[in-house]
Design a protein. Sequence first.
Length: 123
Amino acid sequence: MKLKIRLPASALLALSLQACVVVPQTREVYDPECRMMKKEVMLETAVVGRLQACQGDGCVAILVATGAVTAATAVVSGSLALIGNVAYWFERQGRCSRAEPMPPPAGPGPGGAASAAVVSAAG
């Protein structure tokens, strides 16, 4: 039994017009919290080729291969972007000198009025 896949002509035409890949791009952006430029990796798509004409099973094979290449580049590039962004995050943690120190938490805390009352009641 031979399996036949039928796609509408418009869907086949739309799918076969171009082949895309996903590529990681490193950019520098300003971080206002640290008052410095930081790097980040973002994913972008790029068109690598256009398919002109195909017929029958050849079209299906080309579309499957194109889809597999696009999916593979998305997985590999996504992994590279994740690793790159983690590395840049660690670099930022080491180089970031925040402009203003964080204020102390409000209310009684360790060493505050509440702990002094406990010491007074015990003694």
